[in-house]
Design a protein around this ligand. Structure first.
Ligand code: FAD
Length: 455
């Protein structure tokens, strides 16, 4: 970064928060999957909204591109530099206001999900979205990527949790609407526009979250089942019977093998099943009798083994078999992570055909898939490929589109999927997105190369 710009940045955030030393920059320059990396001019860590605004004003003036970064747990390369940008780390913006009576709370964009959960849970409230990266993922990053996670079937994605927000445009203009009102119908809803914008339209600095009530009693069941398709079909039927259903996750035998091997967890059953379905029900009263009845009515002959967790420790143990999959897959190599979605009725077809289309173009590759089955969302992880080799990505993303689905159910487009955006969204949608981008960030400094393909 030019010495005079560096001095100006230091005058705003303090010299300790402008990192140019390669050793200090390193963790900001590589993403969680290790597939995406690049060198930054500097890492700048503002401590307030006004500092974010001042930093953006300087960078916009100097036409220096900016990569906003939260917890850097994103999966599509949108949170790390490609080369020559300033990384704007938001993790110092972590102050949290008190929860109000209506169950809303305003938090800094850099607060981690775990910190917010710990802030609100003692008061009987919870954050509607939960995900395995909770200890590092930030609320701002979760809004910017419109994260999904393991409670979408109950509470929707991150977009649905946002009641208001504060954000800074590329030129330093601060947008602030933190209303504390359920109904607010005064034109375009900017939080919706920024949810899923992946750092390309504005930098989110504070978020007003609508919380959900904590559910006192929970039960988790893990069952061996014949296939991912069977798991999706059964989960759909359970949903109809179980108003208390909060999560339905599925994974395959290969995934469980990896978790047992890499995370050192004990296998849940003595027999290996082709696939596994994990469901959680929660409510004010014990949901176990209702879950047991529903399984008996809907799952006759489908389930080989069922393990039930009623107490917190056993529930946690069953969940870990699913949650530690992500890191266990990364323990086996650098995966190409293809987070695709299809209508729920086609999940089985996607699960069967994805390994076939990968085998056709990349015979040496290896597929491990799992997903949030009721969201129609499978994570297709392809191992054994060069980071640059996109033949398998192409095959799987085109398969998802051909099944009436999407190239990204929850991770976003990032730099990983810009090539396929138009095939998914169509030229008119992409043109509309470009027009919004140009209007809000005319110099194109915010996360160039992310979300929108080069013109
Ligand atoms: C173990 C594990 C499990 C995961 N499980 C899920 C899951 O179930 N569901 C799911 O959806 N994702 C999941 N993820 C992916 C990831 O955690 C989410 O995408 C999360 O929302 C990213 O938050 P972050 O703070 O780490 O953002 P980052 O990775 O830092 O950034 C993500 C994107 O948002 C932008 N951004 C970040 N902060 C801001 C801001 N304040 N203003 C503007 N733009 C910003 C970045 O530029 C980037 O484009 C998982 C990741 C891991 C490692």
């Amino acid at each position: 970064v030019h010495p005079s710009l560096r001095r100006e940045l230091e005058a705003v955030v303090g010299a300790d928060h402008v990192l140019t030393d390669p050793g200090l920059r390193a963790t900001y320059e590589t993403d969680w999957t290790r597939r995406w990396r690049g060198s930054a001019l500097a890492v700048v860590r503002p401590g307030s909204t006004d500092e974010v605004a001042a930093v953006l004003r300087l960078l916009n003036e100097a036409r220096v591109p900016v990569v906003p970064q939260g917890g850097n747990t994103g999966m599509v390369g949108g949170s790390v530099p490609r080369g020559g940008e300033v990384v704007l780390s938001l993790t110092r913006l972590r102050e949290m206001e008190p929860v109000d009576e209506a169950g809303e709370v305003t938090v800094g964009a850099g607060a981690t999900l775990t910190a917010v959960q710990e802030h609100v849970r003692p008061l009987g409230w919870d954050v509607g979205v939960d995900l395995g990266a909770r200890d590092s993922a930030t609320i701002g990053g979760m809004v910017a990527s419109n994260a999904g996670g393991i409670r979408v079937v109950r509470n929707g994605t991150m977009r649905a949790q946002v009641r208001g927000l504060e954000a800074v445009l590329a030129d330093g203009t601060i947008l602030r609407r933190l209303p504390g009102m359920l109904k607010d119908n005064t034109g375009l809803h900017l939080p919706s526009l920024l949810a899923g914008s992946e750092g390309t339209l504005a930098v989110i600095t504070r978020v007003r979250l609508a919380l959900v009530p904590t559910l006192a009693r929970a039960v988790v069941a893990l069952a061996g089942i014949g296939s991912i398709g069977d798991a999706a079909a059964l989960a759909s039927r359970l949903r109809r019977r179980l108003p208390t259903l909060v999560a339905a996750e599925a994974f395959t035998a290969e995934g469980l093998d990896l978790v047992v091997h890499h995370a050192g967890l004990a296998a849940p059953f003595s027999v290996r099943h082709p696939a596994y379905l994990l469901v959680e029900c929660a409510g004010a009263a014990d949901p176990l009798p209702e879950l047991a009845d529903a399984l008996e009515a809907e799952a006759a002959g489908m389930l080989a083994d069922v393990a039930v967790g009623e107490d917190e420790a056993t529930r946690r143990r069953l969940w870990l078999l699913r949650e530690r999959l992500t890191e266990s897959i990364s323990g086996a190599g650098i995966p190409h992570k293809l987070d695709v979605g299809v209508p729920v009725a086609r999940v089985g077809e996607l699960a069967e055909r994805a390994p076939q289309v990968v085998a056709e173009v990349a015979p040496g590759a290896w597929v491990v898939l799992y997903g949030h089955v009721l969201d129609g969302n499978l994570h297709i992880n392809v191992l054994g490929l060069d980071p640059e080799d996109e033949a398998a990505d192409d095959a799987v993303l085109r398969l998802a589109i051909s099944l009436g689905g999407t190239i990204s159910a929850e991770h976003g487009v990032g730099v990983a999927k810009t090539r396929w955006l138009e095939a998914d969204r169509g030229a008119a949608d992409v043109a509309a997105m470009r027009a919004v981008k140009r209007a809000l960030d005319p110099r194109g400094i915010l996360n160039p190369g992310v979300l929108l393909p080069p013109e």
